[in-house]
Each structure stands twice: as structure tokens, then as C-alpha cells.
Design a protein around this ligand. Structure first.
Ligand code: FE
Length: 250
């Protein structure tokens, strides 16, 4: 399958790499931002997809270079193959400060450990060859150290596991029909409506054309984007739903 081009101008491209599926693995999206020949890969994934994602990334960058690896959180479908990426490129990887001493348990060679950098809780701006990418706090959605990326050129918000769905389509066409494909995952994985509301309040200050999650279909257009933000803001999830449900198994 070919890459989906989410945005393109003379200098800047945002690509959604084809979802590689293997056995029982949850299908995951890999996103690539290329600005004037310099690239950032988002959530590059694990060992089974490593070779294909790396070669697709390098062929899309062409003669340029991969400068940045962004890790939205610590899950294996995001970080497991980080060592390979650091060993085969000169890129610098960024993850929440909460995870920089846990990710090395996936196996990071001493040679490359210095190229995994911490992102502070309040987020930061990462420079991609002159573009200031906004790294946004999205903690507890779902990981306690969780970050999203907003690209001010393409106006794409990369939302990691928030907005994730299973179902095979690449783009959401009917929001109401799509809710059923997101609901169970968000109720169980997202930590709390408090975090959901904080996120909604923050992202409403941005001019967003696309919300692109790490699993499943993306949301395109102002109407779809605002419907998704409203849905997030009003969803009860995680600890909101625990009640008295913990019981010792019989
Ligand atoms: Fe995750």
C-alpha cells in the first residue's frame, strides 16, 4: 500500500505510512513529517515492522536525513525498535521524562543512550529544520507520561492513542458510526474525564485541520475535528467508571 499524503507543499510533507499488520499485533500508524529534506518519524513501532518502516522512511526522505524520532509514550508498539533507529541513523529521540529510564529496558546500546532525550511535563517546541513543532502535554491519555504533536504548517494534530480505532478505514467518514469503534478502547484505556477536559480546552486554542491518531482512521476537516474534541470532552472513562467494580475473583 502507498503512503497517504496528509499535507504537501513545496517544502513540507506529512505522510501516513501504510499500516503493516503481522499476526496478532494491533495495527499501528507511523507518521512522518519532512521539512526541506529533514524528517521526523512519530511512534516508529516495534521489531516486526522496523525494516519496512525504516526503508519507507528513508525512501520518502530521499537524499535528506532523519533528524528526530518522537515517542508519544512508552508502549511497545511505539518504542520497541528504538535501538535500531538510533543505531542506523543520527536522529535524536524524544520521550516524556517519565520514560527515559524505562525505555532502555527494550535494549539500548550504550553508544546511543545519550540520544534519547526527556520532554518536560509541560511540553516543548521541537525544531524540525526551522519549523517549531509543538509538543503538547496529554498526560493520562492514556499513559501517565504522554505527549502529542501539533504541526503548525500542515495544521495536523498527532494524537497518539487518543482517537484510536480498529476497523480498517483510513479516514473517518461518518462520525456517529465511528464512535462505536473508539468507545470501548477509550473507556478502558483513557485515565479520566478530568484529563480529557484539560486536553479539549488546550487543543481548542489551535487551528486544526486533521487529528491523526496512532491507530486507525484520522479525522479531517473543521467539523470532524470539533465533533471529535466535543466527544472527548464529554466522555467518562478510566477511573470515572471504576465505582465498586474491584472484587477478589471467586
Ligand atoms: Fe499505548
Amino acid at each position: 500500500m502507498a503512503c497517504d499524503v496528509l499535507y504537501e507543499d513545496d517544502n513540507h510533507r506529512n505522510l501516513l505510512l501504510p499500516a503493516y499488520e503481522e499476526g496478532n499485533m494491533v495495527p499501528a500508524n507511523q507518521h512522518l513529517i519532512v521539512h526541506a529534506g529533514v524528517g521526523m518519524i512519530l511512534d516508529p513501532g516495534g521489531h516486526k515492522v522496523y525494516n519496512r518502516v525504516l526503508s519507507e522512511t528513508m525512501s520518502q526522505i530521499g537524499g535528506g536525513k532523519l533528524a528526530l524520532i518522537f515517542l508519544s509514550h512508552q508502549d511497545p508498539d511505539i518504542v520497541a525498535a528504538l535501538n535500531g533507529w538510533l543505531m542506523t541513523t543520527d536522529a535524536v529521540a524524544y520521550a516524556s521524562r517519565l520514560w527515559v529510564r524505562f525505555i532502555p529496558h527494550f535494549g539500548l546500546d550504550r553508544l546511543v543512550t545519550d540520544r534519547l532525550k526527556p520532554i518536560p511535563d509541560e511540553g516543548m517546541t521541537l525544531d524540525l529544520n526551522g519549523v517549531g513543532l509543538k509538543i503538547l502535554p496529554a498526560h493520562f491519555l492514556h499513559s501517565c507520561g504522554n505527549l502529542h504533536v501539533y504541526d503548525p504548517i500542515s495544521k495536523i494534530l498527532y494524537s497518539g492513542d487518543l482517537g484510536a480505532s480498529l476497523g480498517g478505514e483510513r479516514k473517518v467518514e461518518d462520525f456517529d458510526a465511528h464512535v462505536g469503534k473508539m468507545l470501548g478502547f477509550h473507556q478502558r484505556y483513557m485515565a479520566s474525564n478530568v484529563a480529557m477536559r484539560a486536553w479539549a480546552r488546550m487543543v481548542r486554542t489551535l487551528d486544526i485541520d486533521i487529528i491523526a491518531p496512532q491507530h486507525g482512521a484520522y479525522f479531517q476537516g473543521k467539523d470532524m475535528v470539533s465533533r471529535f474534541i466535543d466527544w472527548v470532552e464529554n466522555l467518562q472513562c478510566g477511573v470515572d467508571l471504576i465505582g465498586e467494580s474491584f472484587k477478589v475473583p471467586a
